[in-house]
Design a protein around this ligand. Structure first.
Ligand SMILES: [Zn+2]
Length: 59
């Protein structure tokens, strides 16, 4: 699963979300704004740290 970089257009805060996170639920953690710009990254989400073979990143 890919990570998406989210940037708040109101306060400039940047954070990362998973690509399947519902866009309508996106709220800036800094200012509670909903003016979020999304940018896809090449980073893979690794919930386990890698190599466990039981999560979607390691299958
Ligand atoms: Zn903000």
């Amino acid at each position: 699963m890919k990570i998406v970089e989210a940037k708040c257009l109101d306060c400039g805060a940047k954070y990362e979300i998973l690509e399947n996170f519902p866009k309508e639920l996106l709220i800036c953690p800094g200012c509670d704004g909903k003016n979020i710009e999304l940018k896809k990254t090449d980073k893979e989400f690794r919930g386990c740290g890698g190599g466990c073979s039981s999560c979607s990143s390691c299958e």
